[in-house]
Every structure is written in C-alpha cells, then in structure tokens.
Design a protein around this ligand. Structure first.
Ligand code: ATP
Ligand code: MG
Length: 463
C-alpha cells in the first residue's frame, strides 16, 4: 500500500502560540504542517521541503510580509498563500491579494474560517481530487470513511435512531434539500456530514458555510466567485461556494442569520443550478445539494418575514429534527463512554472507569449545550481527574446536585439496594420465604413478585 500523500502546509508567524495552535489543528485535520517563527526559518524550510500552502502573517517584525509574499510567489509560483492580518489592515490585505495571495483571514479567526478558505483554494481542490483518486485506487477511502462516520454518531435512544434513519433516507435522495433543526450542540453538522458521506456525492466536497461569519461586502464573491479584475483586489479568478460544491454538498449553517438579499440569490441559484461569477457573464452550471441548519425557530422567522417563505419551502424538502439531549437521556451513557475513550487516546491515559452515579446524576441535568457540552465536560474531567475512575465530583454539574430532589434519585439506588436486601434476608433466614417476607414487612406474594422482578432464584443446593 502506498503511503498516503498529504497536503503540506507551512505557517509563518512571529507569535509562537499562534503557529503552535494552527499546527495542531492542521495535523489533527490530516495535513502535514510545519511552523516557522521567522522568515529565515521559513526560507530554509521552503528550500528543502515541497510546500503546497503558506499561511503568512503580513505583520512580521523583521521584514514586510508583503515583500516576503512577493519573494515566495517569484520562487515558488505553485504555492498558494493565505495571508493573515490584524484588524483594520485592509490596505495590506488588498495589496497582498494583488500580489497573488489566494485569500486572507483577519485575526482573530476560527478554525472553521481557515478550513473554508483552504477548501476553496483551487490547488487544494485539485490536490484533494488527486489524493482521493490515489486512495480510491487502494480502495481505502470509502470504507474507512464510512466506518469512521458510523462510529462517530453515537446514541441508542429511539429518538436518535429515528434521526439516523432520516439521515439515511436523505442520503439516498441526494438531490433533495435537507433542513436540520435542533438546539445548539445537538449534532446538526455531524448529521449533515453523515448525509453527505453516505450519499453518492461523497467523492466531492462537503463545503460548510456560515453566512453570518462573512462580511456583507464579500458575500457575493464568496458564494458566486469572481473574475479576475472585477474589483480592487480581485487579482485572479476565484470559485465561489456554489461552484466548489459542484457534485457535492453545500452546508449552510445558521441560515436564520442569512441576510435578506442573499436569501433571494440563493433561491435563484438553487432553482436554476446555474450561476455567474461576479464581473463575468458566462453562466456556469453547478450541481450542488444544499443541507441547511438552524437552532432558531425558523417558522417564526418566516412569519416575521425575516426569512423568505419561498426559500424556506425550497430548503425544507426533507426535514430532520434532532431532539435535545435531555429528551433522550439514554444516550448519555454511550456518549460519555465514547468521549472518555476518545480523550483517553488523545491524552494518552489508560482505560477509565465511569462511576455509575455519574450517569444517573447527569440524566437529571438540563444540558443547555447538549452533546457539545457533555463532550467538553468529559474533556475537562479527563484532564483534571487524578485516578482512573471518573466520579461525579469530576463533573461541574455537581454544584447542581443540591437542586436534584433526593426523592428523584432514590428509585435508581433503591432498586439495587432492594434486591441486595432481599438476597441478604433470604440468605440469613436460610431461604425461608415466609420468614423472609415477615422480616421485610411484606406479604409472601409480594416477596415472590419481587424475587421474580430481580431474578432472584432459590436453587435446591441453596436451600
Ligand atoms: N451523536 C453524537 N455522537 C458523537 N458526537 C456527537 C454527537 N452529537 C454531537 N456530537 C459532537 O458534539 C459536538 C457538537 O456537534 P455539532 O457541531 O454537529 O452541533 P450543532 O448542532 O451543529 O451545534 P451548533 O448549533 O452550535 O452549530 C461535535 O463535537 C460533535 O462531534
Ligand atoms: Mg453547527
């Protein structure tokens, strides 16, 4: 089997914590990444290493980042460059774009912003396709990916099983728009990815977009792409989200925040499946599928005329609602176990045991942040826990224990205690049911019923 070829990324920034954090993100995301905190180091690396993508901070202390960008573009024209700038540095950004930078990010930015930027890079798309092709040849990708995804969506409750079934249906109808609703952290994006990777679109891109995170003035160019020279700073042709998602899935996250004028443009693109880049007249066909998500009451926004009714109908061909975690408490135990194993591997810890009490107490917790909150909570607990058993004291909800009425917790413990007590009394009375019933203060029939319930039998040898 050929070793997997990876996209190589170099990060150049004088702030060590910044390069370290990005490096970790890229490595976790499956790229091969390098960091350098000075131009000298970066030059050395570029000299001995093939680099596909450079993340370049333009505010470097030693040399103007723009000069370095020009130098890189001259010596290594095939390297895509994403520049990073501080707030209020738009002039530099425009100059950088003119000098061949592919995209820019303003600090602070989120990982998802950089991921999106990467996925739109032309070279990235090309490389991605080539890598997929190589992996396909080894017939690795589909199966490993499918297994991975299957394993990643955890839950045994009837409600979550229904969500998964709906996701499978959506995967089979890969032209239909899907709207996913649910509170924050319930797993909407997860389900969107599952639908994509289970559908016949899986060989193409899954393109996540949060329209509220894009500056108003750049919306058109981001969604539709632009032609070189169409506005200041447009120094090359660029594909927009619709085009990048050709054959694949465009995931529109938090659609409730989408500006009104973009709503009508999206509706048109969705109906016609043809777009034109900003500054161009040539129509481009693109076969994308839209999966959208929101944690708002979208119907209410339609009533308020904040969201267009016609677009809502278009997006809502299939609707999947993910119930909050507090309405499917059976999922807490398997999710907790999954996250514990996940972090045990990540933090290089041995196997952890979870105290039963943790699960019974967590099932009374509201989980306003749903699965994400449970995940973060588990991560924190795993970091702070000294031994190898996670107890309720390792979870911050212990403060809320006072709020849990003692009575509510009783039946859980009581059942186990009751069975133990019956066994003990039976043993002590030499398995005489009448005497045991008397000792327990219940009738003999009641005792027999309870013995059946708790599966307590008296074999001949025991009598
Ligand atoms: N059933 C599940 N199994 C495993 N992990 C899950 C599950 N549901 C959610 N997660 C994890 O919880 C976190 C939050 O999920 P996700 O980002 O999909 O939520 P979301 O509904 O899109 O939230 P938001 O509305 O805040 O964007 C992610 O790390 C995700 O992997
Ligand atoms: Mg989300």
């Amino acid at each position: 089997m050929a070793a997997r070829e990876k996209i190589k990324i170099l990060i150049l920034d004088d702030e060590k914590h910044f390069t370290e954090e990005l490096l970790e993100f890229f490595v976790n995301a499956g790229y091969e990444a390098y960091e350098s905190n000075s131009v000298k180091e970066a030059r050395k690396l570029l000299d001995k290493q093939r680099i596909d993508l450079l993340i370049l901070d333009v505010n470097l202390p030693e040399i103007n980042g723009l000069e370095f960008l020009i130098e890189v573009k001259e010596h290594y024209p095939e390297i895509e460059v994403i520049v990073v700038s501080g707030q209020g540095d738009m002039d530099t950004v425009i100059l950088a774009m003119r000098n061949g930078a592919f995209d820019y990010l303003r600090k602070p930015f989120r990982h998802i912003d950089i991921q999106m930027s990467l996925e739109r890079s032309h070279r990235f798309v090309q490389l991605q396709q080539r890598l997929k092709h190589v992996e396909e040849k080894n017939s690795l990708i589909s199966r490993s990916l499918e297994n991975k995804i299957n394993r990643q969506f955890i839950g045994t409750s009837q409600k979550i099983q229904e969500v998964l079934e709906a996701a499978m249906t959506a995967a089979n109808y890969s032209e239909a728009s899907v709207l996913i609703t649910g509170e924050s952290g319930t797993g909407k994006e997860n389900i969107a990815r599952i639908i994509h990777y289970m559908s016949n679109r899986k060989e193409h891109l899954f393109c996540p977009v949060n329209s509220s995170a894009i500056t108003e003035t750049l919306l058109d160019s981001e969604f539709f792409g632009h032609k070189k020279g169409s506005f200041t700073g447009a120094s090359f042709d660029k594909m927009g989200f619709f085009e990048v998602s050709d054959g694949g899935t465009l995931f529109l996250d938090e659609i409730a925040d989408m500006p009104h004028n973009l709503q009508s443009k999206i509706l048109r693109a969705l109906e016609e499946k043809v777009i034109t880049r900003v500054g161009d007249t040539k129509p481009i066909e693109t076969n994308f599928r839209i999966i959208s998500a929101t944690n708002h009451d979208i119907k209410h926004l339609v009533d308020e005329r904040i969201f267009r009714l016609d677009l809502f109908h278009r997006l809502n061909t299939l609707h999947i609602h993910i119930p909050p975690l507090r309405e499917r408490t059976e999922d807490i135990a398997p999710l907790l176990e999954y996250f514990v194993n996940l972090y045990a591997v990540k933090f290089n810890k041995q196997k952890f045991r979870i105290d039963e009490e943790v699960i019974s107490i967590l099932s009374y917790y509201e989980f306003p942040g749903n699965v994400r909150e449970l995940k973060n909570m588990t991560e924190r607990a795993m970091i702070l826990c000294k031994g190898n058993t996670l107890g309720i004291e390792d979870f911050p909800v212990k403060i809320d224990m006072k709020l849990i009425p003692g009575r509510q917790l009783m039946p859980i413990d009581l059942k186990a205690k009751e069975a133990d007590l019956i066994r003990e009394v039976l043993r002590n009375s030499n398995y005489n049911q009448k005497a045991s019933a008397e000792l327990l203060g219940i009738s003999r029939d009641a005792l027999i019923r309870k013995m059946r319930k708790y599966d307590i039998s008296i074999s001949k040898t025991e009598v």
